[in-house]
Design a protein around this ligand. Structure first.
Ligand SMILES: O=c1[nH]c(=O)c2[nH]c(=O)[nH]c2[nH]1
Length: 302
């Protein structure tokens, strides 16, 4: 932050949406691929660039982009988005005295190894759906915040959902129901209170968090679990994460309510919980952050 002429300057610069893919080839023929969309943001001490046109303290955003490719090349083992973001953040804060803080965001494209009759293809991949994300915040001097996430996790259940007892006034048309379709596309973020150092911890944890979210949303396979509202289900899903993973400080969930509207066309179609109009426009927006009481508050995520 710089003061000049009675004005306060806060600034950062970076490179957004650097797309990089890395392949690892094993001697037996098995191959691995990741595809990442990386955004770098550097808090950098370069006020003269703003005040005087003096660029001598600027790390060029073009160099940031090139660094992503070089660091990907240097990684000899497959690694998680979190691990790669930590490598990048450490690099920028350790290399440039001007850089006091680096924020690295990565979204992974969900390439999944193709399964042929139960056998894993050695070098064939198909695109899955939900995406693993991370945001890593590295401060010069070592402070490190790691947030992981999943986005685009689309889920639906055809029953065991309702919405009743809400405020009724002259604007209310919606009827109480204890039978509806519940559909949403979950986006979750969770913050680690301590950074696990074992290899593959982040990747394993990503799968475990998804499993906890899905099990809570659906309930047991035969009977399921009743959802009285998206809000209740969201709370139970967030609580499951904090209960299962003690090193998670907070979890933030966004769960749009993607409505399936009953089709009732007079004498033509009588709705019998069977024909619906699926729609996402407009949709309900429900989001919340659940944290342990001791956690530092989350200013910017909501
Ligand atoms: O689960 C729901 N929560 C709401 O807040 C809401 N509002 C609404 O119209 N339908 C629903 N459903």
């Amino acid at each position: 932050m710089e003061d000049r002429e009675g004005l306060k300057l806060e600034q950062r610069h970076g490179k957004a949406r650097v797309r990089v893919s890395r392949v690892w080839r094993r001697p037996g023929g098995e191959q691995f691929i990741v595809e990442w969309n990386v955004s770098v943001n550097l808090y950098s001490d370069c006020p003269q660039a703003y005040f005087k046109g003096d660029n001598s303290d600027i790390v060029a955003t073009d160099s940031m982009k090139n660094t992503v490719y070089v660091k990907a090349k240097e990684c000899q083992q497959i690694l998680s988005v979190e691990d790669f973001a930590i490598i990048l953040g450490n690099h920028f804060t350790a290399t440039y005295p001007q850089v006091t803080r680096a924020i690295i965001k990565i979204v992974e494209k969900p390439w999944e190894r193709f399964l042929v009759d139960g056998e894993h293809h050695k070098h064939g991949f198909k695109l899955g759906s939900e995406r693993h994300t991370t945001e890593v915040d590295v401060e010069r001097g070592g402070a490190l915040l790691v947030t992981s996430g999943v986005e685009g996790l689309s889920v639906l259940k055809t029953t065991n959902s309702g919405f009743e007892g809400f405020i009724r006034d002259e604007y209310t048309l919606l009827k109480d129901t204890n039978e509806r379709i519940l559909a949403t596309e979950v986006s979750a973020l969770w913050r680690y209170s301590s950074v696990p150092l074992r290899p593959f911890t982040f990747s394993e944890r990503y799968l475990a968090v998804k499993k906890a979210l899905l099990e809570t949303f659906f309930g047991p396979p035969n009977e399921g679990v009743y959802s009285p509202s998206v809000q209740t289900t969201l709370y139970l899903m967030a609580r499951a994460i904090l209960q299962r993973f003690p090193d998670v400080e907070w979890v933030h969930l966004k769960m749009p309510n993607l409505h399936f509207l009953p089709v009732n066309l007079g004498g033509l179609v009588k709705f019998n919980d069977d024909v619906y109009i699926p729609t996402d426009e407009p949709h309900g927006t429900i989001e919340a952050c659940l944290s342990r009481k001791h956690a530092i508050p989350l200013p910017s995520k909501l």
